[in-house]
Design a binder for this molecule. Sequence first.
Ligand SMILES: Cc1ncc(COP(=O)(O)O)c(C=O)c1O
Length: 389
Amino acid sequence: MRRVYLDNSATTPVLPEVLQAMLPYFGEHFGNASSIHHHGQDTRAAVERAREAVAKLLGCRPAEIVLTSGGTEADNLAIFGLVRPGDHVITSTIEHHAVLNSCKQLQQRGVEVTYVGVDGRCLVDPDDVHRALRPNTKLVTIMMANNETGVIQPVEEIGKISSEADLYFHTDAVQAASKVPIRVKEIGCDLLSISGHKFHAPQGVGALYVRKGTLLEPLFYGGSHERSRRAGTENVPGIVGLGKAAELAVKGLENGDDREMAALRDRLESAILDQVESAGVNGAGAPRVPSTTNIHFDYIEGEALVIALDLKGLAVSTGAACSSGAIEPSHVLTAMGLPPERARASLRFSLGKQNTADDVHLAIQLVPASVERLRELSPLYNKASEVHS
Ligand SMILES: Cc1ncc(COP(=O)(O)O)c(C=O)c1O
């Protein structure tokens, strides 16, 4: 059976060039990057080259990059590195759990947190951020692109509000990196998280941009790695992979790969909507990353559709990978005002660099038929169609 993977927001396959770049660092180049002999210098140079590539992707200096084990650690380092009991934090209701659960933990530690909502298009209103400011606000943490809908937040406006109020702004750009150009100075952020496995590097490696002069308390203690901001021997093969993927992402954005991907995504979206009634895009009308579309198919259970499509060879998801299998409807879709049934009837399709027009063609063939089959079994749908006929 031909298998097509359209769940690249959950994770992406490592690209062959990335794997090739990494392989020598599992063998021949094995040194500890802190060792002063040849073997250590060799891997140190590789780590620093990767740091430069990541800095280029984000438009910052290499010294402002802290290499981490992924997006979750980068988010945690930004948040717990800055905030202390008595501080106030502003975040949004649509953040990834890496930020939301960190904020919940802060509340247990005597930190006040304001969760600003979103509108029906999944957009935070910067005025709401402004209104939430307090004298003790220390940090605003609002994501750049949402992982379920792909909606891009007005981070530049939020950055401006934060800098005028003289407080720190962190943005989780895990779902934005490689899909849209990122210039940290233009965003006006002090901290920005990325994760390698969302853009064709391996799982378990990421980075936090830390603006020069931002003092962070480390999450863990040990050696003086990463300028004492992140102790622990570096994951050299992973970091080399992250660097290569960052380099490819820069090239891709220069070549307009993002526009090509958006065209494929738009074709998928419009072909599905043309063929399936009572369906619609969650986040329509808002700026979105080119890779993602989140569609509700009323009268079905999203999980059932994921399984039906998987049996036909198409991998998609109902939203965040870590919440799949949970009975609760998506916190993002419900924050947008979707009723729970519609949130549960929603599917996320997300493209990666490896996907082709043929992949999209297969999805266009499979989705409408699978939705129809599930609706035939749905008493709710049959009742609704009786009313309409
Ligand atoms: C927006 C966002 N932030 C953070 C993370 C966590 O990143 P990682 O899987 O590298 O820990 C994810 C992963 O799904 C994400 O989508």
